[in-house]
Write a protein that binds this ligand. Structure first.
Ligand SMILES: [Cu+2]
Length: 121
């Protein structure tokens, strides 16, 4: 009887630790230790008006996609972040390098031309 009770308590404590760990990750994801940098990418057939996004490591990158023509999405390779439709996403640029961003909705003949580069220094 005593053992079952202790096992239950241990499970509760363990799940609390797991929840705390997940919560910590979310906070890290939402707020970086750098500046918040906002960008708007205007998408038309078949081009992003903004072809380069340059930030520093630790910055929070806030990206708004505006589909002026057609239906497009922006996916940041290497960060696994995507914005679809007229929405805003934000993520922390926590690794340096050059990452391509591409349209991730097959939008037509010029789809492959819809690329840009995220530079994290
Ligand atoms: Cu496309």
């Amino acid at each position: 009887m005593m053992k079952k009770w202790m096992l239950a308590l241990m499970l509760v404590v363990a799940s609390m630790f797991l929840l705390a760990a997940c919560g910590g990750d979310d906070e890290e994801e939402a707020v970086g230790n750098g500046e918040v940098k906002e960008f708007t990418i205007d998408a038309t057939n078949f081009e992003f008006d903004l072809k380069e996004i340059k930030v520093n490591k630790g910055d929070t990158v806030k990206v708004t996609l505006k589909n002026s023509e057609g239906n497009h999405a922006v996916k940041f390779e290497g960060y696994n972040k995507e914005v679809r439709g007229d929405k805003t996403i934000s993520f922390v640029a926590n690794k340096t390098g050059e990452f391509e961003y591409v349209c991730s909705i097959f939008c037509g003949i010029g789809h492959d031309d819809m690329v840009g580069t995220l530079i994290v220094e």
